[in-house]
Design a protein. Structure first.
Length: 266
């Protein structure tokens, strides 16, 4: 199991928990963190024993965005990680879920600051839980920058365009309550409980048929920009094979026998 000096990696049953771990910098993105994140997504994709991923932050924060000193070319920690970036110049975008979509569901557990690059990574996750005092926002325009992590494309597709443009063009902070109201997050929970709530969601996902879960996620994303007719045809193509799996038969059998199913990804 991987991890770097700025990213914690651990297993909770069938869930891979990735923890952004630079609490002294509110988990601002560093090169070691980005390398660790990318390796975490690859691990989740490759290991069939992992059925879900939870992304969270240490020290009461999620992610305060890019380390601005690093962006200016000063103080980027982890010189040993630079070779990875040279070998794959797209690595940082994959780490931030801009150019990579994991097969397994990704649940964000947000405490504290989730701003700038943190809000951009959030848009690459599937399910989002926020603590009541969490703060969101895309502050790039206030600094004369562009939110190039995907927000001008993704945000208007995930929330109403008027809300997306207000967030993008004003650079103001949003409370967890407002983020939930506009649909950026799905659930607000008491402070200190976001990770527990995310793990509860993950456990419920893990109890479902993994082939079905992955097919449903894939269908949602691949049909998002299709016409309804195209989407329905693609859904049948993706969904019908699931009915022929041993897992589908096991699910029906377990229901009839009033027991928990034992799925084998077959």
């Amino acid at each position: 199991m991987g991890g770097t000096e700025h990213l914690g990696v651990r297993r909770e049953g069938a869930t891979l928990v990735l923890t952004l771990n630079r609490p002294e910098a509110k988990n601002a993105l560093s090169l070691p963190m980005l390398v660790g994140l990318y390796d975490g997504w690859l691990e989740a994709d490759a290991d069939d024993g992992i059925r879900s991923v939870v992304l969270t932050g240490a020290g009461g924060a999620f992610c305060a965005g890019m380390d601005l000193k690093a962006l200016a070319g000063r103080g980027m920690e982890g010189e040993q990680y630079r070779d990875r970036l040279k070998a794959d110049p797209d690595l940082h975008w994959k780490a931030m879920l801009r150019h990579h979509r994991p097969r397994k569901p990704v649940i964000a557990a947000v405490e504290g600051y989730c701003v700038a690059g943190g809000t951009e990574i959030l848009q690459g996750t599937d399910i989002r839980v926020a603590a009541s005092s969490a703060t969101f926002g895309l502050f790039e325009v206030k600094r004369g920058l562009f939110p190039i992590g995907g927000s001008t494309v993704r945000l208007p597709r995930q929330i109403a365009r008027t809300h997306a443009l207000e967030m993008l063009l004003t650079g103001r902070p949003y409370s967890a309550e407002e983020a939930a109201r506009i649909g950026l997050v799905g659930r607000v929970v008491p402070d200190g409980t976001a990770l527990d709530a995310a793990l509860d969601i993950a456990e419920r996902i893990n109890a479902c048929g993994p082939l079905a879960v992955e097919a449903v996620k894939a269908s949602v994303y691949e049909t998002a920009e299709m016409t309804e007719t195209e989407g329905l045809a693609a859904e049948l193509k993706r969904g019908w094979p699931i009915f022929d799996t041993a897992d589908a038969k096991e699910g029906a059998r377990a229901f009839a026998e009033k027991r928990a199913p034992r799925y084998r990804r077959e």
